[in-house]
Write a protein that binds this ligand. Structure first.
Ligand code: SF4
Length: 459
């Protein structure tokens, strides 16, 4: 089991696997050097980005993330504006000041390599870091993989199937579950709802009060992200010159605040999801939910169904996040939440499934109806490819989140009208997603080598 709090990491855009993961990997490597007394002798650090990290690394901000990691920034606490300024300074001065260490020489062109020719077998997001001393002798070399959602693993961990950087407490959680079926059995035997089961399991990591505080911080970060996205106008960074639209849509909706148009629900869900994903594309502060590319869906549903304007109903928001998190754990444990492994079904599809399950819980659904909603949320995203134009997390990502938020609401409604056992179980759909992801051509797995990425000119 892993903690749901690890699925909802507060970090910066535009990509959890390409920005948050690499930043955390660099930090881990620096800690390793420090633990072995090698940091003070380090004169240069070389980073090689492989596979999807290389192919979409520039558009997804991986190179900047590596530099931010070298400068000691951490995703959870980073100030995006200060970090961007520090990166510019490092490039101008051709040096970086290592956290707790000395200043070393740094040249972006020679010290960070995008090796598009290597697609690592263990995981498509490979990263090799090498530290040299002043005589250019190798002090240490580390091989890591950014496994999606900001998680990472070493080569050894992947080869031996050992846990990655997730918190691994295994049998210590009171109600361990590895499948939707087991989760439903626990709910039935213990007469608990899914959020209560997940909440009980979280006590293996921290007190109930601390878990509530963590969830509240996550919910607040999601709400803040929506508000920032609603206030920003202009162009998003990158060659596509994509215009932010959330603020304009917001103006229009506010001008006809009391609307009885039936499509009003679509407008608000679209708006909230797009506000988050525009912030993400701009490298702003977002919550991985469960990834950055898919970060808009879960907050959009939460804002619409768990709050009155800006004021959150804390109890509803906690139930929503715990339930959605419980569903997310199943995907993380039984398949993957990495677009580089599964295509977009593993990002937007998973987020849609989590949001659908969470919403069904908030609307009073039974555990069976919750898992049915999650199943429907994924079933109609199966096969969804990842083909970001220009390697940027903008087209199709921003609109795709809006569409998936609406789909999540629809999935929850369908499930709540369903009194029978569904023909397709959540476990079956997760396994189908995994197999589909394995069969999918690499062109459609965060490489920008197929689909819209080659049919839309990125200039
Ligand atoms: S297409 Fe989907 S998986 Fe790919 S970068 Fe965009 S949101 Fe992420």
């Amino acid at each position: 089991m892993i903690s749901v709090v690890d699925l909802f990491r507060i970090g910066i855009g535009p990509s959890s696997s390409h920005t948050v993961g690499p930043m955390r990997i660099v930090r881990e490597f620096l800690n390793l050097l420090s633990r072995h007394g090698e940091l003070a002798r380090t004169a240069r650090i070389e980073t090689e980005l492989q596979g999807s990290l290389a192919l979409t690394g520039i558009g997804h901000g991986s190179v900047d993330a590596v530099i931010m990691g070298l400068l000691g920034f951490e995703p959870e606490t980073i100030d995006p504006d200060a970090a961007r300024k520090a990166v510019e300074q490092a490039e101008a001065s051709r040096s970086v000041h290592l956290p707790g260490g000395q200043t070393i020489g740094f040249d972006r062109k020679t010290d960070i390599h995008l090796n598009c020719g290597v697609i690592p077998k263990l995981h498509p997001n490979g990263m090799v870091l090498t530290a040299y001393d002043a005589q250019s002798a190798v002090l240490r070399c580390g091989e890591y993989y950014s496994t999606g959602g900001g998680f990472f693993a070493t080569r050894l961990q992947l080869e031996t199937n050992a846990p990655d950087d997730r918190i691994d407490v295994g049998a210590n959680v009171p109600f361990p579950f590895a499948s939707g079926e087991e989760l439903l059995k626990i709910c039935s035997e213990q007469r608990l709802l899914i959020d209560a089961v997940v909440q009980e399991n979280e006590t293996a990591y921290r007190s109930a009060e601390e878990t509530s505080a963590c969830l509240d911080r996550v919910a607040d970060a999601m709400m803040d992200c929506i508000d920032r996205g609603l206030a920003q106008r202009g162009l998003l960074p990158g060659s596509l010159r994509v215009r932010r639209r959330a603020a304009e849509i917001h103006d229009r909706l506010q001008a006809r605040w009391v609307s009885n148009e039936p499509e009003c629900l679509f407008d608000w869900l679209n708006l909230f999801a797009m506000a988050v994903n525009e912030e993400n594309a701009a490298g702003g502060r977002v919550v991985t939910a469960p990834t950055n590319g898919a970060a808009g869906i879960i907050p959009a549903i939460m804002r619409f169904y768990c709050s009155e304007g800006r004021r959150l109903d804390r109890a509803k928001a906690r139930r929503y996040l715990l339930t959605a998190g419980g569903i997310g754990l199943l995907y993380k444990q039984r398949a993957s939440i990495s677009g580089a492994e599964m295509g977009c079904q593993g990002e937007v599809g998973v987020a849609c499934s989590m949001a659908a399950g969470g919403l069904a819980a908030v609307l009073g659904g039974t555990p069976q109806q919750v898992t049915t909603a999650a199943e429907i949320g994924m079933e109609h995203n199966l096969g969804l490819t990842c083909d970001p134009v220009g390697g940027l997390v903008q087209i199709p990502c921003i609109e795709r989140n809006a569409l998936a938020a609406v789909k999540a609401a629809n999935a929850a409604r369908l499930a709540l009208h369903n009194e029978e056992l569904p023909r397709v179980s959540l476990d079956q759909v997760i396994e189908t997603m995994r197999q589909t992801g394995l069969d999918m051509s690499d062109k459609y797995k965060e490489t920008s080598r197929g689909g819209l990425a080659i049919n839309v000119v990125a200039c």
